[in-house]
Structure formats: structure tokens, C-alpha cells
Design a protein. Structure first.
Length: 326
């Protein structure tokens, strides 16, 4: 079980008071970066967060008019934990001390595959990869708002092309790197009796997990498939939406939904049973990447892009269930 130690202290910073919240987790290797543009509502007031050095700390700047009680500090500590475990999380599992690093915004379906790919890339080049995983649309919005990423690996092509039209990407770097596969996942211990998609209408299935189709391409593909089978009208009332596919898997793994639609890449043998969704039922899940024009590390980001598109990167992605782009 994860053990967290959280403490907070109040400091002065110019004409503002800052609360530094330190979070330590024995099973969580993550550093939190929260954009200056992001806001978190607490006690109905907006608090501003920013990253503090390389530790798992959040500094909250608070107006002098806002009094901070011990209870407020404890609440802020809890909020910091939720930020770390949130939908868009930062993975630094392949980071070592010193040396160069790049920051990659990656769709949640890539969590497992890119973690392994990053380790291999670092071993070959000495360049470390820091990931921020989340829903494709959410990451694209962060890039539009100036988030300091060096490369964007999406779960579709459309969001990357939109950023490219806006002039936010490096010309000539947009490329399709994988084709995703959608499955219906029945976790171990689920009481759902499902052998095919049509069985989602049965009474044994109470809740169905789907990533939000407006922000997650795998969620959009799920709705398309269910509509093609004329099942959506019968299943929609059972749907529990997650912000991204990683969150949907967590819902299923913890019993909050009976079944979940996931990328094949996030499923593992022994964790449950997967029924692959016929690709003809939805638009192809082509996944694209590109370099961010504002990046100051374009040389290293380009090396990572080429590694993903090269033989070694493509072989690894195939092992995780992706198909080669057509």
C-alpha cells in the first residue's frame, strides 16, 4: 500500500504568503509540474501553483487577505496528493541525476509502452525523457497555452494537425507512429458475463467505463463502434466516463465499473480478459507525433522522434499491441 508523508509550512515571499507542501510517496516516483495557467479552487478562491526545483513540492501563493489555518494546510496537502495522482500525470521513472532531458506530452494509452521506450532511448543516448501523460485534447490545450513540452505524442492525428496549422509545431516533424487497437476489458473478479459486445446490454453489466469521447480518441472510437452495432442507446445509461484511458482502467481495476473500453496496450495477461473491437466499426486510431516549435531542446527531441519511428521503437510498440502505421 502506498504510504504518503505530507507536511506543509508557511513562508513569506515578497508581499505574498506562500505555503510549501512536500509530498513523499514510497511507491510514487513523480515530480509535479503545474502550469502557471492552471488554477485550483480552494475555499472558493483561486490559488496559483508552480513547480519548485526538482522535488515533489508544490508552492502555493496566497493573497495576504486569505488566512491559512492548520485545517487549510491539511486540505492543501490532500489536494497536492490528488494532483500527483490525477488524470494528467508526470512520469520520471527513467530519470537519473544530471545530464540532459526532454519533456514529452504523451497520450495516456502510451503510459506503459513509452515508459519502456524511454528507458531504452536513455540507455542509447544519455538523454532522459520526462513524460506528462493525459488525454490528447487536454495535452493539446496545454501546448496551445505555452506548456514547456519538447514533443507531443497524441492518440490521434487531428489534434497534432490542428497545432501544426496554428504554427506551434516544427515543420516537417509531424508523423504517424502507431495505429491503436481498442478492446473491451473485463477485469478479474468482475461479475459481468460478457462474451461479445452485444452482451453489454445484459443485466450482469451495470457500469461501463469509457474515456470521454470529446477529449480521448479511444473514447470516441468506442462510441462509434457502439453506434455501428446499434448498442449505444441501450448502453449509454450505463456509461461512467473517465478523463483518459488510464483513469478508466483504474475504475475497472477497483470495481467501480464492471467492464471498460481500453487500448490493448494497457491490458496485461493475468489481469483480466480482453475482447478486441473490430477495427471496421470505428475510424482507424492513427496516432501522430511532432516537435514543439517553442522547444529549446529540438535536437534531442528530434532524436527521440526518430527513435520512436525507427526499427527499435516500432518493434517495442508492436510488443505492446500497436500496429505499424499504414
Amino acid at each position: 500500500m502506498m504510504q504518503r508523508r505530507e507536511d506543509a509550512e508557511t513562508r513569506r515571499h515578497g508581499d505574498k504568503e506562500s505555503v510549501v507542501i512536500n509530498v513523499a510517496a514510497s511507491s510514487l516516483n513523480a515530480r509535479v509540474r503545474v502550469s502557471r495557467h492552471q488554477r485550483l479552487r480552494h475555499s472558493r478562491r483561486a490559488l496559483r501553483f508552480r513547480r519548485v526545483s526538482a522535488s515533489t513540492s508544490l508552492r502555493v501563493y496566497i493573497s495576504p487577505r486569505l488566512r491559512v489555518s492548520r485545517l487549510s494546510l491539511l486540505s492543501l496537502a490532500l489536494i497536492s496528493s490528488l494532483l500527483i495522482a490525477g488524470c494528467s500525470r508526470r512520469d520520471t521513472s527513467n530519470i537519473q541525476d544530471g545530464g540532459r532531458e526532454i519533456n514529452v506530452a504523451a497520450a495516456s494509452n502510451l503510459t506503459d509502452a513509452f515508459a519502456e521506450l524511454g528507458k531504452q532511448f536513455t540507455a542509447r543516448t544519455g538523454v532522459r525523457v520526462v513524460y506528462s501523460f493525459g488525454a490528447t485534447a487536454d495535452l493539446a490545450k496545454q501546448i496551445e497555452n505555452g506548456a514547456p513540452f519538447d514533443l507531443f505524442a497524441a492518440a490521434d492525428v487531428e489534434h497534432v494537425e490542428t497545432l501544426n496549422r496554428q504554427g506551434l509545431l516544427v515543420d516537417g516533424t509531424l508523423a504517424v507512429y502507431a495505429r491503436g487497437r481498442l478492446v473491451l476489458w473485463i477485469p478479474q473478479g468482475s461479475g459481468a458475463q460478457v462474451a461479445r459486445l452485444e452482451d453489454l446490454t445484459s443485466r450482469t453489466v451495470g457500469r461501463v467505463g469509457i474515456a470521454k469521447p470529446d477529449v480521448a480518441p479511444y473514447g470516441r472510437a468506442t462510441v462509434e463502434a457502439l453506434r455501428m452495432l446499434n448498442l449505444w442507446s441501450q448502453v449509454e445509461a450505463k456509461v461512467i466516463y473517465g478523463q483518459n484511458v488510464s483513469q478508466v482502467k483504474q475504475y475497472a481495476a477497483t470495481g467501480n465499473v464492471d467492464v471498460a473500453f481500453l487500448p490493448l496496450a494497457l491490458t496485461r495477461e493475468g489481469e483480466g480478459r480482453a475482447i478486441e473491437v473490430d477495427e471496421n466499426l470505428h475510424q482507424p486510431i492513427e496516432q501522430a507525433l511532432a516537435l514543439i516549435k517553442a522547444s529549446a531542446k529540438q535536437d534531442d527531441a528530434l532524436r527521440f522522434r526518430d527513435f520512436v519511428l525507427g526499427a527499435e521503437g516500432q518493434s517495442l510498440l508492436e510488443r505492446f499491441g500497436y500496429r505499424k502505421p499504414q
